[in-house]
Design a protein around this ligand. Sequence first.
Ligand SMILES: [Zn+2]
Length: 247
Amino acid sequence: MSVYASLKEEAWAANMEIPARGLALYTWGNVSAFDPAKGVFAIKPSGVPYPELKAEDMVVVDMEGKVVEGKLNPSSDTPTHRVLYREFSVADGAKIGGIIHTHSTHATAWAQACRPIPLFGTTHADHIQTPVPCAPYLSKEAVERDYETETGNLIVKAFREGIPGQCGPMNPKEVTMVLVGGHGPFVWGETAVKAVYNGAVLEETARMALLTLQANPAAAPLPAYIVDKHYLRKHGPNAYYGQGGAH
Ligand SMILES: [Zn+2]
């Protein structure tokens, strides 16, 4: 029995949520699950259709990018996941146990428009207190150097330094989702399953925001006092939503 069996099982179960939630066509999309104590993450193999995917197919990769277990090639987006775990979870101490990347249609539409998703309503405010940030395109040099690693670096830079014209520095514990311009969403959570949940929330929020602008192109952002009420009843020290406080 592999020492990584439960991590692979967790990654597999979370990956199977991608088609279940309608977040991707074909083999698009990937989720990974991180074990900070072992310094490894399990990720979907490249190009295996979801109906054929098994827990034992998950590929275990260490923080240097070396495959430590698995017969198949890991997802081509593996270096992006590795940078985000290394910088946000290991370096910054954020509790990030899972990352999802898909090209879910509505979130990707905003990424392609290179626009942050405005915070129009409480569905959005229940999950993050800010617009969903949109990082700019990668530079030509970065794409040619090491595309997937540089995509991770771009996201880290956006969080550490802010995005010009959009927002200041962000905390990855609080802002758990980002769009990469011209590409799509990268989303994380305390577990792989929570990351997929956040990815599904983002897709629905993105769809609602488009419909909001269709209904009223001059729609205003939700006032801060309603944003704060919704966010803080689910997050923070005095959370009271659900059966037993914060979740
Ligand atoms: Zn992609």
